[in-house]
Design a protein around this ligand. Structure first.
Ligand code: GLY
Length: 246
């Protein structure tokens, strides 16, 4: 497996904010934390590819929003925030080495953070960033079952729900209706922002800021490795946002 990452932009303090109030981001510390995250991915056996940051794009470290990568195709998104649309070009150039590319076109908008792929089904958050037109285009490009999930109060679907094992999802039910996830074991996050985790080869990468949820996951037998992601959390980014897993 390959993890494509993008470096922290020196302009990250100008990032988009939807639900959070601005707080100064220590850029050097954010870079160091991002390095720790990449090192953890590498230690789990992934080849880590780095795309340089572009100062024109404050949010470019959140590379997950620029593409949806499946086994047979990668769909380049059209991000919901106009300031982020130009982020996709450099990512598409790299992804083209690994996958056939399809592109989401106007009037559709979609952020990869709203896309949760669970086996052969694709759950898509209808959020402030992702619209109905995008769901139709994604269905067409992927030939998969695309299931809408309304998101309220969170930036993205994956702020509210992520996979933590073969059969379990970590969830914050305040932000989504979990009915579409019938059949899955649901683990309730103990902290409101604690539902965002990355599952890599049976290991969960998880922010150190949420110890109560971490303990709960470990009690369920899940192997959790924590990272300090506190600086990029101020930019409304979680651990899924910082990598495209190919
Ligand atoms: N700051 C992350 C985003 O709003 O897309």
């Amino acid at each position: 497996m390959i993890a494509i990452t993008r470096d922290v932009s020196p302009s990250v303090n100008q990032c988009e904010l939807t639900h959070l109030q601005p707080e100064a981001i220590d850029v050097e510390r954010a870079i160091a934390q991002h390095e720790e995250y990449r090192a953890l991915l590498a230690s789990l056996g992934l080849e880590v590819v780095r795309i340089p940051a572009d100062p024109a794009f404050p949010d470019c470290v959140f590379i997950e929003d620029t593409a949806i990568v499946l086994d047979d195709v990668a769909v380049i998104t059209r991000p919901g925030a106009p300031s982020r649309r130009g982020e996709t070009r450099a990512v598409a150039d790299v992804l083209a080495r690994y996958r056939r590319l399809m592109h989401i076109e106007e009037p559709a908008t979609i952020d990869g953070g709203d896309v949760l792929v669970l086996d052969d089904r694709i759950f898509v958050g209808r959020s402030q960033r992702t619209n109905e037109a995008a769901l139709a285009q994604l269905r067409f490009h992927t030939r998969r079952d695309v299931i809408p999930v309304d998101v309220h109060g969170a930036l993205h679907l994956k702020s509210a729900i992520t996979r933590v094992s073969r059969n379990a999802l970590l969830v914050n039910r305040d932000w989504i209706d979990v009915a579409p996830f019938r059949g899955w074991t649901l683990i309730d996050a103990e902290e409101p922002f604690g539902a965002n985790a990355v599952l890599v080869n049976d290991v969960v990468i998880y922010p150190s800021a949420f110890p109560r949820t971490r303990t709960k996951l470990e009690r369920d037998g899940i192997d959790v490795r924590t990272v300090d992601a506190s600086e990029l959390a101020k930019a409304e980014g979680g651990v899924t946002c910082c990598a495209l897993l190919v």
